[in-house]
Design a protein around this ligand. Structure first.
Ligand SMILES: Nc1nc2c(ncn2[C@@H]2O[C@H](COP(=O)(O)OP(=O)(O)OP(=O)(O)O)[C@@H](O)[C@H]2O)c(=O)[nH]1
Ligand SMILES: [Zn+2]
Length: 313
């Protein structure tokens, strides 16, 4: 099918070109794609680069973060892959007032893509007992790993590093302003300068408005930052992130129980009311998205049929 392909990793994506690193290259290279690929490469992808130095193939992904693109009313709904081949999502919220609802939403996004979650509360220098808050939130979400961290004092950085095993890829997920980039800088230390130079040195000039970037941390792990996320719409379920509700719901009398006032509900009295309300809200959103996606599929199918019939005449 192809000439010899070299395996390489996508470090960043720009309009129509990608910053790619392969083991054989000394520095990352900015490449284009060979024709139209079946999949558009995204940050974190493993790709095959052909002899001519173009991306010719995107390898199957494992562990993806996919969100619904914030669209306009009436426009088709569509998905955006924020990161590919991710082993762990560090879901961030800032102290002193971390929002459980936003954590749940980002955790659901990660879980839907098969990515395990750790709760990371930033700005712990602003409070006295950040760890207690982090542990309590994580426990309610059914998440094993909870960290409170400060880029100012360095507290908790060691714990974050211990979650990032060499060779694995993590993604930072959280609303804008939760301290993701600051945490990246703290984890990078003086490496930051070096990566900045690399990115400035390609012949197309500077790419200062870098969006999602895969960075190599000093400890041997990789980290993808996702700056500027305002809306994290769900796309494909909530994965295992509401296992507490899902497990209990199996014992509800009605299979479509909304866990409100239905008789024989096994969930209502066992789950925190706010968490249950959040679950309901996300389910409603998913029902809407699923409906829209089904309608779009049907319309596409219909369009294809008509086109085919017209061609045959
Ligand atoms: N006190 C304190 N402030 C922090 C800490 N980490 C980040 N901040 C501040 O929080 C603000 C937002 O931090 P960013 O790192 O830009 O947040 P972000 O999540 O990357 O935001 P986006 O790039 O918009 O997604 C900045 O003003 C930081 O200086 C911290 O550990 N302690
Ligand atoms: Zn129920």
């Amino acid at each position: 099918m192809h000439s010899q392909l070299t395996r390489a990793r996508v470090l960043a994506q720009y309009r129509g070109h990608w910053l790619v690193a392969s083991e054989s290259d000394e520095a990352p290279r900015l490449l284009t794609a060979r024709g139209r690929l079946a999949e558009t490469p995204v940050t974190g992808d493993w790709v095959g680069v052909d002899d001519g130095g173009a991306i010719a193939h995107v390898f199957d992904r494992a562990g993806t973060i996919i969100r619904r693109v914030p669209g306009e009313q009436g426009k088709p709904v569509s998905a955006q892959i924020l990161a590919a081949n991710v082993d762990l999502a560090l879901v961030t919220e800032p102290l002193p007032d971390p929002k459980a609802r936003r954590l749940e939403r980002f955790a659901a996004l990660a879980a839907a893509g098969g990515v395990p979650v750790a709760v990371v509360l930033t700005k712990t220098d602003l409070v006295d007992d950040g760890y207690v808050t982090a542990a309590a939130l994580a426990r309610r979400m059914g998440v094993a790993d909870a960290v409170d961290v400060s880029a100012v004092t360095g507290e908790g950085l060691g714990v974050v590093r211990s979650l990032l095993a060499p060779g694995t890829t993590a993604v930072l997920l959280g609303a804008s302003g939760t301290g993701k980039s600051t945490l990246v800088n703290a984890l990078l230390g003086e490496e930051r300068m070096k990566t900045g130079e690399v990115r400035a040195s390609d012949r197309r000039g500077r790419h200062t408005t870098v969006t999602r970037e895969l960075l190599a941390l000093p400890g041997g792990a990789f980290l993808i930052d996702t700056p500027g996320i305002r809306v994290a719409g769900l796309w494909d379920g909530t994965g295992e992130s509401f296992a507490d509700v899902d497990t209990l719901a199996a014992d509800c009398r009605f299979s479509d129980c909304e866990h409100r006032t239905e008789p024989g509900c096994a969930v209502r009295d066992a789950i925190d009311p706010e968490r249950l309300a959040a679950w309901r809200k996300l389910q409603r959103e998913l029902a809407w998205v699923t409906d829209r996606r089904a309608a779009q599929r049907q319309r596409d199918e219909w369009h294809k049929q008509i086109t085919k019939q017209l061609r045959q005449r």
